[in-house]
Design a protein around this ligand. Structure first.
Ligand SMILES: [Zn+2]
Length: 379
């Protein structure tokens, strides 16, 4: 038995590309828990760092402490970029606090408020954000722009209510979900202006639209899918029903989705239904158990915070250039890694040939391919 186990492991390793075994050349992403806001810390192998939004202010600097801890773990002392997706309080209002602890070199946002953009204290949020930037560099992003981040291609897909006009390379096919129904999602508020981004690292593609609304999802994805498919989808708007139409989610065809919901914010049942019906989706991860979603929640191992009050545990993603990526729940270190290799594997059986001292490994896969053939593994 011991031999079989040892051989099983040796056999599994034969299916992992060399890069999977090394941690040197990875894109690191930490989805910080801000209990219903957004904050994401990123570090490229070139040492370039970015903070996307900064959660809520107050609560004894709760979100600042969590972001600072996530940055410290990646040994980030200064952010090359702080990107503000939009000016709602759960995204921008804590930027000043984080910036006092980890100052940023460059600030990225969508520029001035749209006419009438005054809901929910947005002008106040913006004023304190601009005061904090002071004389430092601030860049306005619009749809179609690229962020000059070393070692990572970041394309702006949406901003200020606008979407890219031309398909990305390799994209532009008719969207088979274009006729999806559009529910009533309420007013076109600040969320409609969100900066939506496509991150590309080698073969890996990740889409993150912050809190973008379904109206803009239809503009981007119909009649043609201007984005193509992605490996990882950061679920929009904390899992709100006002976003995440299947016209976007299903057409993006993600392997994995991560929802930055709070226990009582976002995580709407209909969003779980859409995600679970998404063709090709293997895993859904959540920052919190959604109280409204009840039994639609993912299994506990895929949820970073299962209790109230919570410990503010994060979800981490480590990405290889070959497109494989590992998602880890920082509450219990549960991990499903490495996704794009192992995700295709349904089962692995090992057969030991006593007389020839050979071990056969047989992989059964969802989709046949060169890595799914009968393989000979020597002990
Ligand atoms: Zn939000």
């Amino acid at each position: 038995m011991k031999l079989i186990l040892k051989t099983w492991f040796a056999c599994l390793l034969t299916f992992l590309p060399p890069a999977v075994l090394s941690a040197a050349d990875t894109l690191e992403i930490t989805v910080v828990d801000t209990e219903g806001g957004k904050a994401m810390v990123m570090l490229t192998p070139d040492g370039e760092s970015m903070l996307v939004d900064a959660g809520f202010p107050g609560s004894n600097d709760r979100d600042t402490k969590r972001i600072v801890a996530a940055a410290a773990e990646l040994q980030i002392k200064q952010f090359d970029y702080i990107l503000v997706t939009h000016y709602d309080g759960d995204h921008v209002a804590n930027i000043a606090s984080v910036d006092t602890r980890i100052p940023a070199k460059v600030f990225l946002d969508r520029g001035p408020l749209q006419p009438g953009g005054n809901q929910g204290g947005i002008q106040r949020n913006m004023k304190s954000y601009l005061e904090r930037i002071g004389g430092r560099k601030r860049v306005t992003l619009k749809a179609g722009d690229e962020i000059p981040c070393k070692g990572l291609k970041v394309t702006v897909l949406t901003a200020s209510g606008e979407v890219i006009k031309k398909p990305l390379p390799g994209a532009g096919k008719p969207n088979q979900f274009a006729d999806s129904p559009q529910p009533d999602i309420g007013p076109q508020d600040e969320n409609a202006n969100c900066i939506g981004l496509l991150y590309e690292f080698g073969k890996f593609r990740m889409a993150d639209f912050a809190d973008l609304l379904q109206t803009q999802e239809f503009a981007l994805m119909t009649p043609d899918n201007l984005v193509g498919t992605v490996d990882l989808f950061m679920v929009s708007h904390h899992g709100s029903f006002r976003s995440n139409n299947q016209v976007l989610v299903h057409a993006l065809h993600p392997k994995v989705a991560i929802m930055n919901n709070g226990a009582r914010k976002g995580g709407d049942p209909v969003t779980f239904d859409t995600l679970k019906a998404s063709p090709g989706l293997l895993d859904l991860w959540q920052l919190h158990t959604s109280l409204s979603a009840k039994d639609k929640n993912a299994p506990a191992d895929f949820i970073a915070n299962t209790q109230e009050p919570c410990e503010g545990k994060a979800i981490k993603v480590s990405v290889q250039r070959n497109g494989t990526f590992t998602v880890t729940n920082m509450r219990n270190q549960f991990s499903n890694a490495p996704r794009s290799v192992k995700s295709n594997v349904l089962s692995l059986s090992v057969r030991w040939e006593e007389d020839s001292a050979r071990v056969h490994c047989l992989l059964r896969c969802r989709q046949p391919g060169p890595s799914c053939l009968l393989s000979l593994c020597r002990s």
